[in-house]
Design a binder for this molecule. Structure first.
Ligand code: IPE
Ligand code: MG
Length: 231
């Protein structure tokens, strides 16, 4: 969700005002995704590297997160959204850890859509912590054991990854899980990423051919084969 700071700076506002607007944009996006039948939405809220930002921006972001949780959890529950936090928790404050756990517990039974919030998350961190866990338990390191030990083990790999704000980088997001994900880059700043922008991204995605290493010909043949259950 990139572009909050620029959105604010263009309006001569403090960066934190942009992050506040970013929360509004997220609320709109969650609703829009749920309405469109998206089963899993994963957002990058705070990266392992974001601690390096100015101290007041970091504390502002933490405060915003705490407040958004208190305010949004009841509505998310009504909308059937299950919240999951993915990322390293040990270096968060005890209060924040408690708030994350509470929000997860309060929404655990919701099944319409899963909203993963990557918070104090880094793709490299996730791969390393998964490997370290397996090594400590003396378990073999394979693609499937690593996958199962990572923070996103509870959901399928993402189909579509949208980066807003015009940068064309992954920036340490879902490095492992995005192996076959379709990438979409939007020039819109995150606070301006509305339903129409989401629909544009989905339409772009829908027009792509996902081959997973195979050929177009193979895909066509598979589609032409009659479904044995319906024959
Ligand atoms: C939001 O956008 C990302 C967060 C870390 C919350 P930015 O704060 O990176 O916005 P820009 O890139 O400065 O515009
Ligand atoms: Mg940025």
């Amino acid at each position: 969700m990139d572009g909050n700071g620029r959105w604010a700076t263009r309006r001569f506002l403090p960066r934190l005002a942009g992050h506040r607007q970013g929360v509004e944009s997220l609320r709109r996006c969650v609703r829009a995704c749920a309405a469109r039948g998206v089963g899993v939405l994963t957002v990058f809220a705070f990266s392992s590297e974001n601690w390096n930002r100015p101290q007041d921006e970091v504390s502002g972001l933490m405060e915003l997160m705490g407040k958004a949780l208190v305010r949004e959890v009841p509505q998310l529950t009504k909308d059937g959204v299950r919240l999951c936090f993915v990322g390293e928790r040990a270096s968060l404050s005890a209060g924040m850890r408690g708030a994350l756990e509470q929000a997860e517990a309060a929404t655990a039974a919701n099944s319409r859509m899963t909203l993963n919030v990557c918070f104090n998350y880094g793709g490299r961190w996730d791969i390393a912590q998964a490997a370290a866990g397996l090594a400590a338990r003396g378990e073999p390191i394979t693609e499937s054991s690593l996958h199962a030990a990572m923070g996103m083990a509870h959901v399928p790999d993402p189909d579509l990854l949208i980066r807003t704000g015009g940068e064309k980088r992954i920036s340490n997001f879902l490095l492992w899980q995005a192996a076959y994900t379709e990438l979409y880059f939007s020039e819109r700043l995150w606070p301006e990423f509305d339903e129409a922008a989401l629909d544009e991204a989905i339409a772009d995605y829908a027009a792509r051919e996902r081959r997973f290493g195979r050929t177009s010909e193979q895909l066509r043949q598979e589609q032409e084969q009659p479904d044995p259950l319906r024959a």
